[in-house]
Design a protein around this ligand. Structure first.
Ligand SMILES: Cc1cc2nc3c(=O)[nH]c(=O)nc-3n(C[C@H](O)[C@H](O)[C@H](O)COP(=O)(O)O)c2cc1C
Length: 329
């Protein structure tokens, strides 16, 4: 049932109004969102409004080499790009917000950040329960932290967080993800597994939609407990946190320098972008494997610390699987 139909026929207590944000370049995040929404769309008790975010200056896909690099200073500093007008007025009253986002340079992608910093966001999200859904390569933990702050600034209540990452090992996705983003082809590199989420994981994400449908049916979104416990919503990898912290620091410092040099797209940023990319490659080929090696060597001593980090980033929805059999199709 469409939201407009609900508004026309007047509000009904039993109908749950759901706001879903949408931005996806390759269609990957849109596919994942579609899979989650399918059970909700089939339910006569749900009215869904999908708000597609449209940057005034669209980001290219596939990316050119320099436009890709040039996006990092503003992404890392969470400078919101202007969006085309939203179709919402801010007066709508939603029961649940589903907020899918991708990670760009260890931060929520700029179009999504722009929505959360939009003056309407506070009106729409204040006091509302939010389910965030991340689809990215595999580094999302600090973006999730930033998202929590953005949502808190809007007065929203984050109830759940679902995360799907590329199934390939870190070493291979380091090559396959950029190749995909720069060519638009997931299978660009022969001999490597295809970039991006696998179809089976996207399809299996409908379990979250079924669980949300049932939770909404019994008004659980009004409470404070997560709705997606026991569905293997998140499996964080605490070993990547050191690399994420190093990356975030470097994006922040170099981003500040680049923003001082010029505006996005200006040629005078290019020499600094080339310098930065050399620095970044050195960082990635040294810090990432080195930190993983040191952590492997120190594993017995780090066990408790890593378990605490995992618990922190698996929250609120967790990595438990106890309800999978109920909701897996
Ligand atoms: C500019 C840019 C930066 C990205 N940075 C990260 C990152 O820091 N961590 C990560 O796991 N994935 C990163 N990705 C991958 C995206 O999170 C996402 O998986 C991919 O772009 C597909 O999303 P789509 O649905 O918009 O096509 C980046 C992608 C782009 C385009």
């Amino acid at each position: 049932m469409s939201l407009l139909k609900t508004i026309e026929s007047g509000p009904t207590d039993s109908i749950k109004r759901i706001l879903v944000l949408s931005y996806s370049q390759s269609g990957q995040l849109a596919e994942l969102t579609k899979s989650i929404l399918e059970p909700l769309e089939k339910s006569a008790q749900c009215a869904i409004h999908i708000e597609t975010l449209r940057p005034v200056h669209p980001y290219p896909f596939p990316w050119g080499f320099f436009p890709f690099l040039d996006a990092f200073p503003e992404s890392a500093h969470m400078v919101p790009p202007p969006l085309q007008p939203l179709t919402l007025s801010g007066e709508e009253d939603f029961d649940l917000v589903i907020l899918p986002y991708q990670v760009w340079f260890l931060a929520p992608s700029p179009p999504v950040t722009a929505f959360l910093k939009h003056p309407l966001a506070k009106k729409l999200l204040s006091g509302k329960p939010v389910v965030t859904v991340i689809a990215c390569r595999n580094m999302w933990m600090l973006a999730h932290k930033k998202m929590k702050n953005l949502l808190a600034a809007c007065g929203a209540r984050m109830l759940d967080n679902v995360v799907l990452v590329d199934p390939g090992p870190t070493f291979t996705t380091f090559f396959t993800t950029p190749a995909w983003l720069l060519t638009g082809r997931r299978d660009f590199l022969p001999g490597f597994p295809p970039a991006g989420l696998d179809a089976a994981s996207i399809q299996a994400a409908s379990r979250f939609g079924y669980a949300l449908r049932d939770a909404l049916h019994s008004d659980q979104e009004r409470g404070t407990a997560p709705l997606l416990i026991g569905l293997r919503a998140v499996e964080s990898n605490p070993h990547l946190l050191v690399s994420e912290k190093a990356g975030t620091k470097s994006f922040y410092i170099w981003g500040k320098l680049l923003r001082a040099v010029g505006e996005p797209g200006q040629l005078r940023r290019r020499p600094f972008l080339i310098l930065y990319v050399l620095f970044l490659i050195a960082l990635i080929v040294s810090v990432v494997p080195l930190s993983l090696l040191v952590q492997a060597l120190l594993r017995p001593f780090l066990r408790r610390r890593l378990a605490a980090v995992k618990q922190e980033y698996d929250a609120p929805s967790g990595s438990g699987t106890e309800r999978m059999s109920v909701y897996e199709q």
